[in-house]
Write a protein that binds this ligand. Sequence first.
Ligand code: ATP
Ligand code: MG
Ligand code: FE
Length: 349
Amino acid sequence: LRVLGIESSCDETGVALVELPEGSAGVAPPRLLAHALHSQIDMHQAYGGVVPELASRDHIRRVVPLAREVLSQSGLGLDAIDVVAYTRGPGLAGALLVGTGVACALGLALQRPVLGVHHLEGHLLSPFLSADPPEFPFIALLVSGGHTQLMRVEGVGRYEQLGETIDDAAGEAFDKTAKMLGLGYPGGPALARLAEQGRADAFALPRPLLRAGNLDFSFAGLKTAVRTQLLKLEAAQALTEAARADLAASTQAAIVEVLVAKSLAALKGSGLRRLVVAGGVGANRSLRQQLDAACQRRGVRVHYPELHLCTDNGAMIALAAAMRLQAGLAQPSEAYAFDVQPRWELTQR
Ligand code: ATP
Ligand code: MG
Ligand code: FE
């Protein structure tokens, strides 16, 4: 089964071809045959955030050339595609419509069915493309630009939400602090780089909901605390390069500590010994180090996506479609209807 996946929910256009070996279901791992990606980050930088209309227009420009690139990388022709998958939601409506429209047009032209995929299910399953794929069941920490959730995952399509952020997402906390520190947008990776030069215990920042006794998160207050600290430093003319690095390191430490503590609590509460981390913040070095150390002490295995598949990409969309089809959970459609779902809970998948 070969699935072409198209991702266009936000500011990355991604196309990929994934192959699931036929027959013995679940035994042979899925293979990524080819993938291509274009990030619009440079285009949105000037505005300090994603401009939805610009995003849609750029997806239109990029998607077909990227699909061509994927086919040429794979050495396969269009007729090698069995199913065309696309991100149906959640995301920006206009951006989603581009991937959906192209997927439906391609499906109609090739006489192949199409399948809409939940973007977060793509993130969640992306570690199955890694060299060390997980096994069900597991606890999943989904940490992206728009979401922060802990899920109990029994199998493909069997997701129970254990907790989520009540305000900002973890990636948003990284991005907003980075912006305050003048690190551009989205500044998560830049903040992480600056943090490497700072002291994580330099500033006492809050650990929101750390002791709330539940698995929910809150990061909005942290952002305010950072702003207050920044203003203090500025007023004292003490905002040196070293102080900025200290503030970056302290912010990252606060976010990471809460993510690690709540993940451990979810593991403990469930009795499971396997953790999957997915989404853009899953690329964070400090988060990986601290999770690895804490989980090793407790005999818990941690699985991550390959670094380049942490943020948005077409591979995870093709993979999620392939795994749903393999599990008999999805019926690809030949209706070629333009349906996107900008707001969509993963548990309603
Ligand atoms: P969602 O998937 O919730 O719709 P999204 O698609 O925008 O949101 P992702 O592509 O999964 O999110 O991840 C992007 C986020 O990951 C950004 O907030 C970015 O700053 C953050 N990020 C990426 N790399 C790192 C890193 N090394 N450290 C911290 N944050 C990072
Ligand atoms: Mg993005
Ligand atoms: Fe994403």
